[in-house]
Design a protein around this ligand. Structure first.
Ligand SMILES: [Zn+2]
Length: 70
């Protein structure tokens, strides 16, 4: 997992991310677009922080989806 390997997410959160991205094409598409850009940028610069805005948005969506189901 790209973000987890950067230690920017705790393990349990990363697992939630992966599970959610598998189920949610909306977040998966967003996430993969960002990962694609980060991968390109990282070929030139070593350290590129993961966009916190995206992480926050997906976290919120995970919460909404999980609350909606339970
Ligand atoms: Zn989602």
């Amino acid at each position: 997992m790209y973000l987890a390997s950067d230690n920017q997410l705790e393990d349990d959160v990363a697992i939630h991310f992966e599970q959610h991205l598998e189920k949610c094409p909306h977040c998966a598409g967003r996430f993969q677009a960002v990962v694609h850009v980060l991968t390109l940028v990282r070929k030139r610069c070593r350290r590129v922080p993961a966009p916190q805005g995206l992480i926050v948005r997906i976290r919120q969506h995970i919460r909404i989806v999980e609350e909606g189901k339970s």
